[in-house]
Design a protein around this ligand. Structure first.
Ligand SMILES: Nc1ncnc2c1ncn2[C@@H]1O[C@H](COP(=O)(O)OP(=O)(O)OP(=O)(O)O)[C@@H](O)[C@H]1O
Ligand SMILES: [Mg+2]
Length: 250
């Protein structure tokens, strides 16, 4: 965990319109940085603001206030450059039902400027790692939920970007597939990538995260290393520390 900062978020805010013309602040002054070679986890209860934060950082949403530098580029002024250097898996990442798994990832590889040889090498590697080979030529609308999710992950990381932003990557995946994702993330870290991810699974946090930020009602409650979190739980599991911090905040 010694690479350059690939995410520097400063005071990010996002307001959504609510009923009766009022605004709801879904993300409220989020400030943190994440480094190359680091897995940075975002933890929070349902509705805390994790997805909105990740969508802001991946330029899918424009902040109501605040700014970030992503891989050295300004979120507000260089959205195109930011998009080129991230792989974003959103909970809403769709697949094109009429394309096969292989066609689908190739389509996105070409959009990222990869040539056919690069696309087929990476597809083979990633389909192999995620046990997708048998489904490579199956239409996406015939895939199971988990296999569709795996194809979405391959689609997001095919171009091997320096920053991966993964929103609940293992949601809906079986034990083996989840493990494969965990190994993939570790491998990315060892190659100097920054992985920013949200999850509800404490086992993944324990297995993967170098640092964890806890987000609650749109605000960052804390940002600490795993061992700092364990220490807060009196040497216990980080789930205890998480629940205790939420209790203190309420
Ligand atoms: N497009 C939108 N329009 C209006 N409100 C929104 C929109 N997207 C998110 N919100 C609201 O913003 C808040 C944060 O939502 P967000 O999806 O970021 O939470 P989350 O931490 O990802 O939750 P979960 O664990 O359930 O995925 C919630 O109150 C949500 O209802
Ligand atoms: Mg979410």
């Amino acid at each position: 965990m010694s690479g350059p900062p690939l995410v520097i978020a400063e005071g990010l805010c996002k307001d959504f319109p609510s009923r009766r013309g009022q605004k709801v602040r879904a993300v409220d002054g989020v400030t943190f940085s994440a480094l190359g070679g680091e897995v940075f986890g975002l933890l929070g209860v349902n509705g805390a603001g994790k997805t909105t934060t990740l969508r802001l950082l991946s330029t899918m949403l424009r902040p109501s206030a605040g700014e970030a530098r992503v891989c050295g580029h300004s979120l507000l002024r260089e959205a195109g450059e930011v998009r080129r250097c991230i792989g974003f898996l959103s909970a809403a990442t769709g697949v094109y039902g009429r394309l096969t798994a292989r066609e689908m990832v190739a389509y996105f590889g070409r959009l990222h400027g990869m040539d056919d040889r690069q696309i087929s090498q990476r597809t083979e590697e990633l389909f192999g790692r995620l046990q997708l080979e048998a489904f490579a030529d199956v239409r996406c609308d015939s895939l199971s939920t988990g296999n569709r999710q795996k194809v979405s992950i391959v689609r997001a990381i095919l171009h091997d970007p320096p920053l991966l932003i993964l929103d609940e990557a293992t949601a809906g995946l079986d034990v083996l597939a989840s493990r494969a994702i965990v190994e993939l993330v570790k491998d990315c870290r060892s190659r100097g990538k920054c992985v920013l991810f949200s999850t509800h699974r404490m086992d993944e946090v324990e297995a993967l995260c170098d640092r964890v930020a806890i987000i609650h009602r749109g605000r960052l409650l804390s940002c600490s290393t795993l061992s700092e979190m364990r220490a807060r739980a009196g040497g216990g599991r980080i789930e205890e520390a998480f629940v205790a911090m939420l209790g203190e905040a309420s």
